[in-house]
Design a binder for this molecule. Structure first.
Ligand code: 6PG
Length: 247
């Protein structure tokens, strides 16, 4: 699971490359399996990618959209990843509403909503509950961001969510604020897992993620080791600490 690392000159080049990679992966998935499944990340880095994809010529009726994590707020809340993605992408493309699977945040109990989303995934991918990670569903394209503390999705350092390996979806914890998040084993089943990382403030965490001795519990992005290796798209400033051996 050797990582693929691409260091791009700046954010704009990172987004352009991410767009290319997304389109290529989606088209290949549709050609191979008649559909493409994507898990989207929240945060600010991927937003211009979503806006760029809104202008791309894609078979939206064969594309199925999931989220890798969600803040535990209503879908019209300014912090909602679902709202951000709708405004940047989904409101601008002819994707059937039944192809879009927002993470539920309405039951007032994050664990209930996490379970609901797990059931949504199992129904869509026809996997039964109690699967071992090796039988978790394989999403074609999983977009991940990374925080300046090394978190990814809503897998934050030293939280219980990092230990969950027998579920697809669990409850994350960001400074006491609940999140709904994919578990690391589900992300690792992704056929293509792509990190988009930009910003000087990510330098230190990224160097740790690429360091053999760093503790994955302290830098949860280290837990993301899909079979084909993670594909890192890094804007130069963030990648200063990535060892040359990976570049
Ligand atoms: C979220 C994301 C989160 C994000 C990182 C990086 O819900 O915010 O899923 O994991 O990817 O915090 O965020 P930026 O792209 O804004 O730096």
């Amino acid at each position: 699971m050797t990582p693929t690392v691409e260091i791009l000159t700046n954010r704009a080049d990172l987004i352009e490359r991410a767009k290319e990679l997304t389109i290529e992966t989606v088209k290949n998935a549709i050609a191979a399996r008649g559909q493409a499944t994507l898990a989207l990340s929240g945060g600010s880095t991927p937003k211009p990618l979503y806006a760029a994809l809104a202008k791309a010529d894609l078979d939206w009726d064969k594309i199925f959209i999931f989220w890798g994590d969600e803040r535990y707020v209503p879908h019209d809340h300014e912090k909602s990843n679902h709202r951000m993605t709708r405004e940047a992408l989904l409101n601008h493309v002819p994707i059937p509403s039944e192809n879009v699977f927002p993470m539920p945040t309405g039951s007032e109990d994050p664990a209930t909503d996490a379970k609901k989303y797990e059931e949504t995934l199992q129904t869509f991918f026809q996997t039964s509950s109690g699967e071992v990670p090796a039988e978790f569903p394989a999403i074609d394209f999983v977009i991940q961001g990374m925080g300046d503390d090394g978190h990814t999705a809503s897998l934050f350092p030293h939280t219980e969510a990092l230990e969950v390996t027998d579920q697809l979806v669990t409850v994350g914890n960001h400074d006491g604020e609940p999140r709904i998040t994919f578990t690391a084993p589900l992300i690792n089943r992704g056929r293509k897992v792509v990190f988009l990382v930009a910003g000087e403030n990510k330098q230190s965490a990224l160097a740790q993620v690429f360091s053999a001795k760093a503790d994955p519990k302290a830098y949860p992005s280290k837990l993301i080791q899909p079979e084909n290796g993670p594909h890192w798209l890094i804007a130069a400033a963030a990648g200063v600490g990535v060892p040359d051996s990976f570049k």
